[in-house]
Write a protein that binds this ligand. Sequence first.
Ligand code: NAI
Length: 304
Amino acid sequence: MIGFVGAGRVGAQAALEVASLGVDDLILVDIVPGLAEGEALDISHKLSEAGVDVSVTGSSDYSSIAGADVVVITAGLARKPGMTRMDLLGKNAGIVASVAKEVGKYAPDAVAITVTNPMDVMNYVVQKATGFPAARVVGMGGVLDLSRFKHVLSLRLGVSRSSIMALVIGEHGENMVPLARYTSIGGVPLTSILDGKQIEETIQSTRQVAIDVISKKGATVDAPGNAIARMVKAVAWDRHDVLPASTFLDGQYGVSGLGIGVPLMLGAKGVEKVYELALDEGERVQFMKGVETIREGIAALPPL
Ligand code: NAI
């Protein structure tokens, strides 16, 4: 069973995507009375027409996630135009800590997928509040960032999106690190197609696109829903997908004591392997800026 705590825009969209794939039964929980039940009904009606036979239910009672194998946490406030993800820290820390305690209580064997922003810091909160081993707490950010990088590249190069294999690591925030040196177009290194200035332009555009969406439609919804579904599928079907996501580092990349986006293998046990890449000086500086921002965010947390 797959639990979704937070049935707002992103939670409901992710639930729709996961349900449509027929991955497993779903339970949605939200603090707003009736909201999760309403979303669950709406999704179920769509599934009926599509002929998908998973059960989708909603509740405002956390005990309904009892025994879940995966729990997606989107509960909390979202950015408004002009805000950075870090601006959400104070309010969301309390919400996420209280939600994560319930997840630890009712779904003690689950893999938790943190989505609420600032995601890398909230992922730390989820790990502390659930008490789960680090491997069973993973944050969604990199898959979404790389979908944005692919979009920018496909427009710039005029190539099919399906030809692009890209990677974005680092903080899910202002310091994300799109890795041009590890990106290829049908196997052709991006660095042999674009020069340094052109690559920098694509990286800047990638950093900007989320706030463009928020300022135009109020929230990012569809692409995050898809990125969450990809991660849920990896865990629920034990796929061993390799994708970028936020996980706790234990010396890799010269970092310990916090989590940040890196390439990892995701399966039923959660994070089963972390891949360490050789970063050049510019990439390392940007990656470490993200580490410092996350460290400052953790230091600013209220007592959990
Ligand atoms: P939203 O406001 O539409 O939904 C949030 C939901 O959380 C609301 O329905 C609210 O009632 C619920 N909630 C609040 N406190 C709760 C509690 N204690 N228990 C259960 N539910 C509770 O917001 P949206 O757009 O769905 O975004 C959710 C979060 O995800 C935000 O923090 C946003 O910044 C983040 N986000 C992260 C992304 C990522 O890549 N990691 C991408 C997109 C959004």
